[in-house]
Write a protein that binds this ligand. Structure first.
Ligand code: C2O
Ligand code: CU
Ligand code: CU
Length: 481
């Protein structure tokens, strides 16, 4: 490999070229945000079409195996015309390509870190051995490589990947280090739901950002950012500011990732119409859930279907959250629809409470630099030598997580396990929270009980997924063995 560092000018050129491939030693890079929807008859306001992340090429012809290559690098992105913002990306300028695998596949990923700082790549929602998890222990030094490999043993789901270095997660994700990771299985392939990637099955990575006059990303620039978490005033969807998606009069599936550092959204449609949630963090719900508002905390995912058949050509429907118009759906043409939403999507066996061998309690406490769990912290000051909980491999446990005096909501995430929500302050959770999850929002004064079986071996993090809280120290680790 020649020079591992590329010049700034090079990146600007690379971002403009949508079809160029870039050879970088043994890594061949394809542009990430490559397939913008081709406009035919443009409505006046549809100049800013939703970008769709490219699907990452699998370089292994064997259908039972998948080989991927990710390069983490510093680049620039023109979020605003004529202004180049310094960003980080995987194989591209901002965010990363969508990794897509099948249940049963053996996956091999080569990650090359071309940043001038360390990073890690965590498979959020992935059930993989501890050393493959990409948490803060799997450091990839500047200029270094990491080669995780694991077998996909979990059902179809929309999971994601993002940077997770100790104390730097918030800033690196904010700069762009996140991407989607789809898992397909027999259930997902046999359903007659919308499933054409980028056509009627659309990824939506929703993030809020704050920009300076010159277009630069501002991080922790205001008083309160390190307490509340980083909240921006500008919404990006797949890296574009308030974009437009042209749709036909058909059912469209949206896989929504709240990829924001700290903001909790309540998504609604501008005409208040209902939509259907079919999946939560780690896979399909047992049956579809009709909603007119969907709350999604940082790191949570939801797959929803919006039926545009009741609209007419020319209608504009806005996806909103209080204070924000996130993006627009413009009905462009009449189309026929052969997809259906079944009454039963999959089966989810409820983990009986009686099967839990242990209940652990976690209190989320402290604000700003004091953010902690049970009075303990993990951050750059404490280091990562202490294992806070030991779990017997294969055990089912109940975790009782409480917000304790911070007055803030905390999205609580556990690596290496999928769980079910038992109750919120003793109440049965809403129907769309009764599927498999890896992140659950703990509201102020709330106590949430979850249940899960720890089948994966190794050291794993559990933490608040408000990334500023996490970096401050609201993160601990368990070992399952
Ligand atoms: Cu999204 Cu510890 O992770
Ligand atoms: Cu995770
Ligand atoms: Cu928090």
């Amino acid at each position: 490999m020649k020079s591992p560092r590329l010049t700034r000018r090079y990146f600007i050129k690379a971002s403009a070229a949508t079809v160029a491939t870039v050879a970088l030693g043994k890594f061949i890079l394809l542009p990430v945000i490559g397939c913008r929807q081709e406009p035919t008859s443009l409505p006046a306001d549809a100049t800013n079409l939703l970008p769709i992340p490219a699907i990452l090429e699998d370089k292994n012809p064997d259908p039972n195996q998948a080989d991927f290559e990710l390069v983490v690098w510093k680049s620039t992105t023109a979020f605003f015309k004529g202004k180049y913002t310094e960003t980080y990306g995987y194989n591209g300028d901002y965010l990363g390509p969508t990794i897509r695998v099948k249940k049963g596949q053996e996956v091999n990923i080569r990650v090359k870190n071309l940043l001038d700082e360390e990073t890690t790549v965590h498979w959020h929602g992935g059930l993989v051995p501890g050393e493959m998890d990409g948490g803060p222990h799997q450091v990839i030094p500047a200029g270094g490589e990491w080669n995780p490999h694991f077998t996909i043993e979990q059902p179809a789901a929309t999971i994601w990947y993002h940077a997770h270095p100790l104390g730097l997660t918030g800033e690196q994700v904010y700069k762009g280090l996140a991407g989607l990771f789809y898992i397909d299985d027999e259930v997902s392939q046999n359903l007659n739901i919308p499933k054409d990637y980028g056509i009627n099955d659309i990824p939506l990575i929703i993030q809020d950002r704050r920009f300076g006059e010159d277009g630069s990303l501002l991080y922790l620039s205001a008083a309160g950012d390190s307490i509340i978490g980083m909240l921006g005033d500008t919404i990006l969807v797949n890296g574009a500011i308030s974009p437009v998606l042209q749709v036909g009069t058909v059912k469209m599936r949206f896989r929504i990732l709240n990829g924001s550092n700290a903001r909790v959204y309540t998504f609604t449609l501008s005409d208040n119409s209902r939509f259907t949630q079919i999946a939560s963090d780690n896979g399909f719900l047992e049956s579809p859930v009709e909603l007119s508002a969907l709350k999604l905390a940082p790191a949570e995912r939801a797959e929803i279907i919006i039926d545009f058949s009741k609209y007419s050509v020319g209608d504009v429907i806005t996806l909103a959250s209080p204070g924000f118009e996130i993006m627009e759906f413009v009905v462009k043409e009449e189309a026929s629809d052969t997809t259906t939403i079944p009454e039963t999507i999959t089966t989810i066996s409820k983990i009986p409470e009686s099967s839990a061998l242990k209940t652990r309690t976690f209190d989320l406490m402290g604000v700003g630099p004091m953010a902690n769990i049970n009075g303990l912290q993990m951050n750059l000051q404490t280091g990562m030598d202490t294992i806070h909980e030991f779990i017997n491999l294969g055990d089912t446990e109940i975790w009782e997580i409480s917000e304790a005096g911070t007055g803030m909501p905390h999205p609580f995430h556990i690596h290496g396990v999928h769980f079910q929500v038992l109750d919120r302050n003793g109440q049965t959770p809403p129907a769309n929270e009764q599927g498999w999850k890896d992140t659950v929002l703990i509201n102020p004064s709330e106590k949430v009980r979850i249940i899960g079986t720890f089948n994966y071996k190794g050291v794993y993090m559990y933490h608040c997924h408000n990334l500023e809280h996490e970096d401050a120290g609201m993160m601990l680790q368990y070992e399952a063995k």
